[in-house]
Ligand binder design. Structure first.
Ligand code: BGC
Ligand code: CA
Length: 293
């Protein structure tokens, strides 16, 4: 089966990524990694805001106590909405400016996970790590030698964690221990090496199926809990980066996109690249967990 995504919002992203839906605010948040900001769009009022952070933001999530947690090129920080500034907590890469954060997520127990990678053009260096930042402020290095760490999700029974490494063309599965946050028994869950593009950000729906954006292949792919491809959403742009369910009934899939390293010809042929798209596939998503610290 195949569906087409519709254009939703002129967003002006270079590298739009990591969308999250705020049920309370009825707003879509996302980051524009290479433009040092995050953005939000209130679907009821149509208000669109760009919030400059002064640092690269790879990913963000909501905090249960209010505000946001972000993984930035200067480390993990809280966003103080009152003062409009970042409150830096810990720098997992210890000031190494060759690295930046990429995708991340909060697990069902409220721990924040985020992966680091080398800036281009050194992106081929497989020296990124996956970090877990717990609500008590402790930091744990969970995985090393990653190339481009991307989409993370947990299975409906919370026993499996999925993690994407784009450059390795794979979505991996781990046994996940909800009580401790430990992961083990890494194996390949979905191998896309024979297909165009690379797997990027992803989200889980209410039926336990994964939606994985396929960067470079103009589509988002839905996989059933066994890893079988069951649906494709096509887009008029080449670099879909991630997706999240939102909207009043949690049945609208918002898709972020990019125009990274575009040639003039690509820019001419894909005027909507970098914008937000939407599709209503008749399936609901779940509210993302919030960081518990
Ligand atoms: C990264 C990009 C990369 C893309 C495809 C994104 O998450 O931020 O730099 O080109 O994934 O792997
Ligand atoms: Ca991504």
């Amino acid at each position: 089966m195949n569906l087409e995504a519709e254009h939703f919002l002129k967003a002006g992203n270079t590298l739009g990524e990591g969308p999250v839906w705020s049920v309370q605010e009825r707003a879509l948040y996302w980051v524009d990694i290479l433009n040092d900001c995050f953005k939000r769009f209130y679907t009821e009022t149509g208000k669109f805001e760009v919030i400059e952070t002064g640092v690269r933001v790879g990913t963000l999530a909501f905090r249960a106590s209010g505000g946001l947690i972000l993984a930035t090129s200067k480390g993990i920080a809280f966003w103080d909405a009152m003062r409009g500034q970042l409150d830096f907590r810990i720098d997992p890469e210890n000031g190494n400016l060759d690295m930046r954060f990429n995708d991340g997520k909060v697990d069902p127990q409220g721990r924040f996970w985020a992966g680091s990678m080398y800036y281009e053009p050194e992106v081929g260096k497989r020296e990124g790590s996956l970090y877990r930042f717990d609500p008590d402020g402790s930091l744990h290095k969970m995985e090393t030698h990653l190339a481009i760490p991307n989409g993370i999700a947990w299975s409906a029974d919370n026993k499996t964690m999925y993690h994407t490494d784009s450059l390795r063309h794979a979505i991996y599965a781990y046994d996940f221990d909800p009580a401790t946050g430990n992961i083990e028994n890494k194996r390949i869950f979905i191998d896309t090496s024979e297909e165009p593009g690379v797997p990027d950000g992803m989200t889980m729906d209410c039926e336990g199926c994964l939606w994985s954006a396929r960067w470079g292949a103009w589509k988002v792919v839905r996989y059933d809990p066994k890893g079988k491809k069951i649906l494709e959403i096509s887009l008029p742009v080449e670099q879909p980066t991630s997706c999240i369910f939102g909207g009043e009934n949690m049945d609208e899939l918002f898709i972020t996109t990019a125009r990274e390293h575009f040639t003039e010809e690509q820019a001419r042929q894909q005027p909507l690249a970098g914008d937000i798209f939407v599709v209503r596939p008749g399936i609901q998503g779940m509210q993302e967990p919030m960081f518990a610290g």
